[in-house]
Design a protein around this ligand. Sequence first.
Ligand code: HAM
Length: 421
Amino acid sequence: MIKAITGIKDILPSEIPSWSHLEEAIHSVFKNYNYKEIRTPVFEETTLFSRGIGEETDIVGKEMYTFTDRSGTSVTLKPEMTAAVVRAYVEHSLGKQQPLNKLYYISPMFRQERPQAGRLRQFHQFGGEAIGSSSPLLDVEMIDIAYNILNNLGLKDILVKINSLGIPGSRERYKEELRNYLAEKKEMLSEDSRRRFDKNILRIFDSKIDNDQNLLKDAPLILDYLDDESKSDFDMVQSMLERLNIPFEIDQRLVRGLDYYTKTTFEIISGSVGSQNALCGGGRYDLLIEQLGGEPTPGVGFAAGIERILLACENENVLNLPEDKIDVYFVLLDNELKIEAFELVHNLRSAGFKVDLDYMDRSVKAQMREANKYSSRFVIFIGGEEYASGKMNVKNMQDGNQFIMPLGNSEELIKWLVEVK
Ligand code: HAM
């Protein structure tokens, strides 16, 4: 039997109501904040991501699905959206149409990570990118949107963590200090952290190894090295979050796994999903647009993992979605009557009702079971004595009342259903 590829999941009909519920919340919240949806292709030229996300990141170094197409071009299934949105922004000169572009998306992403709960190889993100302004109010707007969506779902066990990575100059000074501090401890670090020491020293903070974390205990802290502008922007972010009553914590070890960040970064983590606890992450990327060939333009954004959020919802038991009922189920006492019933079914469906009937020539009892399975509001019985006198029996399943109505007059039935529904 052919199975789905490891780490890649089907989303089955039973899971769709939760997905749809979340997707509706995403569209509705982003629209309230005046964001426009953007859709970009599933794959791009590999250089977009290697240049955008950074050669030394885990994503580019070991997680991308990259292949050479028949024309010899190296292409990559998108591992994230920010670089793709920026590519589209630059390519279509969106900045010329309006100075600030507020964009959002929902899309599958691909990363060849080790699969575990909340970590897949094809997963789905939603997110927003605001390109064109360096106002820290937009940093807050991003956190506000993400928090708002998670909060509306009913999630309680969530925590907003914020940090600032400053601008390249201040960050280099900080990295130098961190390098000095860790130099004599380097041999005691794990192999992975030793590699990061040489290539991407900030990422040492992401190590899950206790000994690495012990060695980092008295490390210098990034906020002490911030330039004045990053510092005042970060102060503004904090005071605005307080004003909006969005609880947060400063986490000076929040360095993020992508290289394009400047100034504010943030994550929202969940206490109910295990080790893959980041429900969303984002921050400012004021240099990315010019790095990808555009005019120097500031930007800020975030992305959130849909599978992880739904896992948190399941674990916190917060999605009590209404049952997906149908309006009418037809039960045929004689399967010969199916042709006639089918026409009526068609007419009711065209009038906007959700209607079904049996296609398997099942017994009346089995048809009734189906009607109950779909929690049908009404059951229409066709057959027997009533049929002989040109009538049918309509049963309201909510109160048990039954009505005899003329068969072959769907208009009257539709009028009646509209009234009682
Ligand atoms: P990221 O932190 O790499 O950021 O991913 C954002 C979110 O996607 C994570 O917090 C997590 O919920 C979800 N996610 C990531 N990898 C996986 C996976 N393998 N399986 C399931 N879920 C996953 C970005 O992608 C940036 N583009 C965010 C951003 C937008 N920054 C600025 N603008």
